[in-house]
Design a protein around this ligand. Structure first.
Ligand SMILES: CSC[C@H]1O[C@@H](n2cnc3c(O)ncnc32)[C@H](O)[C@@H]1O
Ligand SMILES: [Zn+2]
Length: 432
């Protein structure tokens, strides 16, 4: 029999609605939300009740770009620009990663994300079977993709692409539908054009979306123009990448013409403000992208360039930095920043039934403890969620109708073991 839960006396954030806060009830049946509103719903005899007093219920946060296992390299290379950081610090260490390292690094990240209110994340990495296993065990929702770098001999390129396709085919729809997959050339500067074309063809064959890094730094854009005679958006358009549903990470350095290309082809953008600031990459033109009708969501990138996986921080940064650079305090209003971290995140990941608290949506949501000084007075809960809240305020988390965090503790992962094994994995990497 389907289990029913009735949350009563709760405050619910619904930033997609004209009136963005509801005080009342939410009904869960199995993995779904079947009612949300001010009136007690009919037909709830026998439902288990959950007292929502003092809690703000929000859609689970959606992290649309990252590399979870890179939590093992947090603090290993700070205060550098992207290319130096990748070439001198990250890639030499990543070359030593085993499947087991990826398992514990990912588990560490998923623990941090779940406890901080993230219910869905995108991961682009290697050893993806390990990542998928953590997702299966932890109860989180994820969009997974084996990132491929094509700076290697043809037979290695082929092996990586075959591996990416097998992974994408095997895991799409697994873990009660919590896992979906994509195809990912790492970037235009690490994948030769013909390789990108083959990855695009593979995405067509598998009927999957594409994900890639694009125009994160000014240097990379200049290199693209020197190598191929066009800027990256035109380059990817020429290679057919926008003939599939596509999500771009970063897209910091864009011309008006490139924004037009993304809008015309319904390409989504994962804005990663924390990582872009830390690597001194620049500030993406998010207000202009939104104005042009591009779906813009939020990502942390890996923990080695952020250095945390706190989506409340990304939401707040998105709301703040665009005010700062434009001089316009309405550049990204609080409600829009919250939608970028939730609803637009789901849309960017091509997930139709998560990202909002609404009947017919998956029950992916969080409860924030508002009985704390920084949530008073009770003026505007959307404002408080964006400008005042943080990951430590997350009291409970549900994904797909199952509670995975209760009173701040993760119910699905052995927290102490994950922390111990992640530290051991890092020490093992240093000694190898
Ligand atoms: C092929 S797996 C993913 C690959 O991406 C690297 N990476 C991490 N952060 C960034 C970033 O901000 N820009 C470009 N590439 C990044 C990571 O080190 C992995 O090698
Ligand atoms: Zn990245």
């Amino acid at each position: 029999m389907t289990r029913k839960w009735l949350i009563k006396d709760g405050t619910f954030a619904v930033p997609d609605r004209e009136n963005p806060v509801i005080r009342g009830y939410m009904l869960l049946e199995g993995s779904m939300i079947t009612y949300i509103g001010e009136e007690r719903p009919e037909g709830v005899e026998g439902a288990e009740t959950f007292d929502g007093k003092g809690l703000l219920f929000m859609p689970g946060l959606v992290n649309t770009h990252g590399h979870a296992a890179m939590s093992l390299l947090r603090g290993y290379g700070d205060d550098m620009v992207l290319q130096t950081w990748l070439q001198e610090k990250m890639w030499p260490m990543e070359a030593k990663f085993t499947g087991e390292d990826v398992y514990w690094g990912t588990a560490l990240s998923v623990l941090e994300m779940l406890k901080g209110g993230t219910t869905t994340f995108l991961d682009m990495y290697d050893h993806m079977d390990q990542v998928a296993t953590v997702v299966e065990q932890s109860g989180i929702r994820a969009v997974l993709t084996r990132g491929v770098i094509g700076l290697c001999p043809p037979e290695v390129q082929k092996h990586k692409l075959d591996e990416a396709m097998v992974f994408a085919r095997n895991w799409h729809g697994k873990a009660d539908g919590r896992i979906t997959t994509m195809m990912s050339p790492h970037s235009p500067y690490t994948c030769p054009p013909d390789y990108i074309e083959r990855i695009v063809q593979a995405a067509h064959d598998l009927d999957l979306p594409l994900h890639t890094h694009m125009s994160e730094t000014r240097a990379e854009v200049e290199q693209n123009v020197a190598d191929y005679g066009v800027r990256p958006a035109q380059h990817l358009l020429n290679l057919g990448l926008f003939s599939r549903p596509a999500l771009l990470a970063h897209a910091v350095h864009l011309t008006d013409e490139e924004i037009g290309i993304l809008a015309a082809h319904q390409v989504a953008v994962s804005h990663n403000p924390g990582s872009n600031l830390k690597l001194a990459s620049g500030v993406a033109r998010v207000p202009e992208l939104l104005k042009a009708g591009v779906t813009v969501s939020l990502g942390t990138d890996g923990a080695a360039s952020n250095n945390n996986l706190d989506m409340f921080e990304e939401i707040r940064l998105a709301a703040l930095i665009h005010k700062g650079v434009s001089g316009d305090p309405t550049a990204i209003p609080a409600r829009e920043a919250l939608r970028m971290g939730t609803e637009y995140g789901a849309k960017s990941l091509f997930l139709q039934d998560t990202g909002k608290l609404s009947a017919g949506m998956k029950a992916d949501f969080i409860a924030v403890n508002t009985e704390q000084a920084h949530f008073l007075p009770r003026t505007d809960y959307i404002s408080h969620a964006v400008y005042s809240a943080g990951p430590k305020d997350v009291e409970h988390v549900w994904v797909n109708g199952k509670q995975v965090v209760k009173h701040g503790a993760c119910l699905t992962l052995d927290e102490e073991k994950v922390r111990f094994e992640a530290q051991a994995a890092f020490e093992g990497l240093l000694g190898r």
